[in-house]
Each structure stands twice: as structure tokens, then as C-alpha cells.
Write a protein that binds this ligand. Sequence first.
Ligand SMILES: Cc1cc2nc3c(=O)[nH]c(=O)nc-3n(C[C@H](O)[C@H](O)[C@H](O)COP(=O)(O)OP(=O)(O)OC[C@H]3O[C@@H](n4cnc5c(N)ncnc54)[C@H](O)[C@@H]3O)c2cc1C
Length: 322
Amino acid sequence: MSREVWCIVEHRRGQLDADSLQLFGAARRLDGEAVAVVCGDEVEELAERVSGQCDRVISLSNSALASFTPDGYAQAIVPLALERQPAAILALHSHFLGRDLAPVLASRIGTGLISDCIDVEWRTGFVGKRLVYRRKLIATQRSIEPGVQVATCQRGAFVVPESTGLGAEVEVLPIEIDAAAIRWEVGAFDEAEVVAGDITEADVIVAAGRGVGSKENLDLVQRLAKAIGGTLAASRPLVDHGWLPRGLQVGSSGKTVRPRLYLALGISGAIQHVVGMRDSDVIVAINKDPRAPIFEYADYGVVADLMEIIGPLTDEVEALQG
Ligand SMILES: Cc1cc2nc3c(=O)[nH]c(=O)nc-3n(C[C@H](O)[C@H](O)[C@H](O)COP(=O)(O)OP(=O)(O)OC[C@H]3O[C@@H](n4cnc5c(N)ncnc54)[C@H](O)[C@@H]3O)c2cc1C
């Protein structure tokens, strides 16, 4: 078994998802050689770009891989993995690529899959740790399958190693893809409406209260929600005014939510609202009244006029994300 840990570099049509470079950090945890695997169409430039942060790069280009499909990527990666037997293949546990690709790779290689790992190590076999039961427990899972291991890693769980400043060797391999065997066709990517999310499933919620002042101001809240990858929700008055659909109401006569982050904007903190969100992991409240009850439940409180800070706050988030 080699010490190579293959890290699937995530990108959409050449646009790098820099978080996938965190997989190199996971490869270091596994004491392995961090090998970036870059698949796509004409990905040579991307391969060069990531070469400063890993030990080696495998570049797999074919026009049939222009859009990500699990079938296409598996055709490129699986034969090579079976031939070279890397110790592990890691992908980001992302909505776009990793969560679809990793199970296909595992099943075609004939191995198991440990998904959404926050830590990985070797301990008489491959071990992955993952948060379960709404992140209240850490499950330690050990693969009993010898051979190539497949795992997905949680975004943010591993640190991108410092750049060496030296470009690692890039191995450009010719690959053949049977385009007819790709059972997906990617149509288009359309901007999703933030309000479409089910608030009980959301990891991040941006909740608007009467303090937003008007229906028009909800555009500002939506913009912030989109910038931080959150789902819009509301207190009851906004729903009663008909500004937002009933499905977005949090509280005793609405839905109960437990996101990782609950951002309460202009919400007073009436008990009928609080019962629906107080078990959120982290609560951040913005309210201009320092005596607003919501601050009793908030982990972080900002006493400010929402309308003065929501624009600059969103600008800042957007700037950070580049
Ligand atoms: C039977 C029953 C069931 C209910 N069920 C629910 C429920 O499921 N969900 C729910 O939410 N409510 C429910 N309510 C209503 C609840 O009692 C409160 O009236 C409601 O939660 C208040 O909503 P709010 O905090 O958005 O508005 P408000 O209480 O009016 O608070 C607005 C807040 O915004 C702040 N503010 C104003 N302007 C700004 C600004 N520019 N910048 C910053 N802050 C500002 C104010 O200081 C204030 O704290 C229920 C009530 C009853 C009787």
C-alpha cells in the first residue's frame, strides 16, 4: 500500500473551491503524501495553481469532464486508483461534488466510505471521526476494509498547509472517457431563491423581525443571508403582514429550528419566538434596544440600528469571500 493520499480538488468549470485544499491538511494528518487529483476539461492551469501546496498533482483532462458528473469522474479516477492503490482518497463533503462522487468511488473500488469527517487517522486501519446527533456526539468509525479508503471531510475541519513556494510535480495523464456511459447531463446552474430552503434543515438561519421596518428592507436581509449561505426565516409579525410565507415562521405557532448559527435581526425575543430557536448552537442578535429580551439568549449581541449595519456587514462578508 502506498502512502499516497489522493485529494480531489473541487472546482466548477475551472473556478477553484479553495476549501478543497484543506484536504491536503487531512493528508498530513494521515502522515501521507498529499496528491492533488484535478479532473475536468483543460485543467492544466488549475493543476499548476494547486501544486504549491501539495506533494504531487495528477491532472486528468478530457472534454467529457467539462461538467462534473459522478460517472465521468469515476471513469477517470477508479481505474487509476485500482492500479496505483493509494492509501486513501479524500473529497470535500460538499453539496456540489464530494457527496455525490465519494459513494460512487467507494462502491466501484469495492471499499467502504466514512463521510463528513472532522478528523482522520490510522489506528489499526483507517479511522474517521464525525459529528452526529446534531453535532452533540463525536462518532469514531474504523474501516475494517483493507486497501484503498474513501472518505469525505467536513469543510473547515482541516487547515490548508503552508505553501512551500515550490511547484510540486504535475503528472498529466491521458484518459479515455466513454461519454455514452455518463448517465447525467448537467443542464444549468441557476441562482437559487434563498427563501426556498426548509428552515428546519438549515445550518445557518438569518431571521428577520419587525425591526427590519418594511417589506422592501427584506431584500437587504436576503442579500446577507445569501452572502453567508443562510436560509431566511422570520418572526410572526412579518408572516402576519404577508411579507413572507408561513413556512418561514419560527416559534410556538411556527417551526422549531436548531441551526448551527441563528442570526436574529430586529427580533425582540418574545417567548413565543424564543421557544422555536433557543436550542440553536450559536445565537447572534442585532437589536437597537439594549434591553431587548433576545440578548438573554444570544451568545453574541450587537446593539445597533440594523439598517445602518446590515449593508456594510454584507459588503464585508462578500469581500471576505472574494
Ligand atoms: C398564541 C401566540 C403565538 C405566537 N406565535 C409566535 C411564533 O410562532 N413566532 C413568533 O415570532 N411570534 C409569535 N407570537 C408573537 C410574539 O408574541 C411576538 O409578538 C413576536 O415574536 C414579536 O416579533 P418581533 O420580535 O419581530 O417584533 P417586536 O416584538 O415588535 O420586536 C421588534 C424588535 O426590533 C427592534 N428594532 C426595531 N427597529 C430596529 C432597528 N432599526 N434596528 C435594530 N433593531 C430594531 C426593536 O428594538 C424590537 O426589539 C405569538 C403570539 C401569540 C399570542
